[in-house]
Design a binder for this molecule. Structure first.
Ligand code: FPP
Length: 251
């Protein structure tokens, strides 16, 4: 029995294996206080800490956080630069903790627009945290867009057809999954979106086919341990049918 599950009143057998989060509301959180949006992102980074720690404690195996979308490059330059700085600081300050807690860092998204310094830090942290069998995988979606991910998977498969390595008949769901950035992680069981928005925003479109959704009005910087526990308890009460009837699932 996991002592933290007992402490927080969570049923260990009904925990999601993979939680994916759309961390929304940093800007509004800052605006309400008449602060710069970047202060909101900084507060958002603290919420990342709290959520990662709790997931590791209770035994959630995969946590995937939408930290920067392909569309976010269109934000004002100062905000983009500030966010890149924050990602760098996160990698530098958390590397040892990730290693100590046996958390593997994984990054999904397109790498071509990141500056070399950030890229180097990403690659180093990924390499240093993948040495051992991890207790948990923390995936950051950075410069990530799901449609672009699917396009890239289709191109990879088409190239194999072009060189006669496979035929179109060989294409199946498994092959598509294996050619996505998420090839080595299972599909999310639970997707959480904060800040009262009810959108998917180009996040893991293929992977969320059978995920459960949890929406909360809480702005991301206010999303704390209690909020996550509430979401997990809500998830524990859901019946996942995967297209079957309720009786089939129970039987
Ligand atoms: C969406 O809120 C949030 C982002 C685009 C950035 C998410 C980044 C963090 C939580 C910072 C730290 C992350 C890591 C991994 C260190 P928004 O800016 O769109 O908020 P708004 O809709 O209220 O304007």
């Amino acid at each position: 029995m996991n002592e933290y599950c007992i402490k927080y009143g969570l049923n260990e057998d009904r925990l999601p294996q993979h939680v994916a989060i759309i961390m929304d509301g940093n800007g509004r959180w800052a605006k309400k206080r008449l602060w710069n949006r970047l202060v909101g992102h900084r507060a958002g980074a603290d919420a990342v800490d709290a959520v990662t720690t709790l997931c590791r404690e209770i035994g959630v195996k995969y946590l995937t956080l939408y930290a920067f979308s392909t569309e976010n490059w269109k934000r004002p330059e100062a905000e983009v630069t500030g966010l890149m700085e924050l990602f760098k600081e996160f990698l530098v300050s958390k590397k040892n903790l990730l290693i100590e807690k046996n958390i593997r860092l994984n990054i999904i998204g397109s790498r071509d627009r990141f500056l070399p310094e950030l890229l180097k830090l990403m690659n180093e942290t990924i390499a240093e945290t993948e040495k051992y069998d991890p207790e948990m995988t923390l995936t950051l979606a950075l410069s990530y867009g799901s449609r672009q991910e699917i396009v890239s998977a289709v191109k990879k498969i088409a190239e194999k057809i072009a060189i006669h390595e496979i035929t179109p008949e060989n294409i199946d769901e498994k092959m598509i999954s294996e050619n996505l950035y998420t090839f080595d992680i299972p599909d999310p069981d639970l997707v959480i979106r904060t800040s009262g928005e009810y959108r998917i925003s180009n996040y893991l479109l293929w992977q969320i086919a059978y995920s459960e959704f949890y929406f909360t009005d809480t702005l991301w910087p206010d999303f704390n341990r209690e909020e996550l526990i509430r979401a997990l308890k809500d998830y524990a009460g859901r019946e996942r049918r995967f297209g079957k009837t309720g009786d089939q699932v129970k039987g």
